[in-house]
Design a protein around this ligand. Structure first.
Ligand code: ADP
Ligand code: MG
Length: 297
């Protein structure tokens, strides 16, 4: 590797919005066999929209549990969470002019949901798997949840006083650059993979939409790097991510690519930073790397 060729490659990449933190990363990137993409905020906009609020319980201790109550309970618990799903739920509740009280305590469970106490009552808001693991009967939500998930929506169950009272569904649309970027990478002989904490049917819907064939869903933040390691058996792996949860996977991969609009922790963990929110820049970064290395030989 002549240092000059690497310098030229790095500065050319920078002009195109791709920052390589060091020359080694530039030389490495073109050699990857697999690129793993985080779903939320990386392949999708990361700004989910609430599409459905459903009440699953007519009444509780004489009080009517309508959609407004479901949304109120969810938003009170999510108010302290930084998660994109949480922010969307809270914003939606505010738009619906729902008054949100302050919770007495709050606890986030990464990759699962949140717990809160409000007015002396326990609230649980999160994925169906999480709620079920907490010992709540989720049978009344099963059918509708499956239907919503098959349409690519993420379903968040709402539990109040140890009772499932309803659910909120959200949709997060793919970035317009996702599909073309995936098509290009596949033509370049690179295997593309989706890695997400979201459930299998939602993940599969999004993957089909953008043309990704391999999906690892229901993966907890702590297990994301294990998936990377298993894929490394087939050669070098790059990981593209944006969130706090993605940092360990970005570090485990041979090359971590962080989306510039993502969290500081992801930016720190990445070897490469994409300044723009355009997934085609992953393609151009690989092309720059390959050209640089072929000049070196
Ligand atoms: P991803 O891998 O797509 O970035 P996460 O690992 O952050 O997703 O979360 C995985 C799943 O956990 C979400 O799809 C959601 O079901 C649930 N979850 C995580 N955080 C929250 C939260 N604050 N409120 C509700 N559900 C949550
Ligand atoms: Mg993400």
């Amino acid at each position: 590797a002549t240092p000059t060729a690497v310098m030229v490659g790095m500065s050319k990449a920078a002009q195109n919005g791709v920052i390589f933190k060091d020359g080694m990363s530039l030389e490495m990137l073109g050699k990857v066999k697999t690129i793993v993409f985080d779903k939320t905020g990386t392949l999708t906009s990361g700004k989910p929209t609430v599409t459905d609020v459903i009440s699953l319980k007519q009444s509780m201790s004489g009080k009517i549990i309508g959609e407004d109550k479901v949304l109120e309970v969810a938003a009170i618990a999510e108010k302290n969470s930084e998660h994109p799903l949480a922010k969307s739920i809270v914003q939606y509740a505010i738009n619906m002019k729902i008054q949100l009280g302050k919770s007495d305590s709050f606890f986030a469970v990464p990759g699962k949901g949140v717990r809160a106490v409000y007015d002396g009552n326990n609230i649980l808001v999160g994925s169906p798997g999480f709620v079920q693991d907490e010992g709540i009967n989720i049978e009344s939500a099963q059918r509708i949840s499956n239907q919503l998930q098959e349409k690519g929506k993420t379903v968040i169950l709402v539990v109040w006083c140890e009772t499932l009272i309803g659910l909120v569904a959200l949709i997060d649309t793919p970035k317009s650059s996702a599909r073309p970027a995936i098509q290009y990478l596949q033509k370049m002989g690179i295997k593309t993979v989706m890695l997400t904490g979201d459930n299998q049917s939602t993940a599969k819907f999004v993957a089909d939409d953008i043309g990704i064939m391999t999906v690892f869903a229901n993966v907890l933040p702590s297990a994301k790097s294990d998936v990377i390691q298993s894929l490394q058996k087939n050669g070098p792996v790059a990981m593209v991510g944006d969130g706090i949860n993605d940092a360990p996977a970005l570090t485990s991969a041979d090359i971590g690519i962080a989306i510039g609009s993502g969290t500081d922790i992801a930016l720190e963990a990445g070897n490469v930073i994409l300044i723009r929110d355009d997934l085609m820049d992953v393609v151009s970064a690989i092309e720059t790397s390959r050209k640089t290395v072929s000049k070196i030989k």
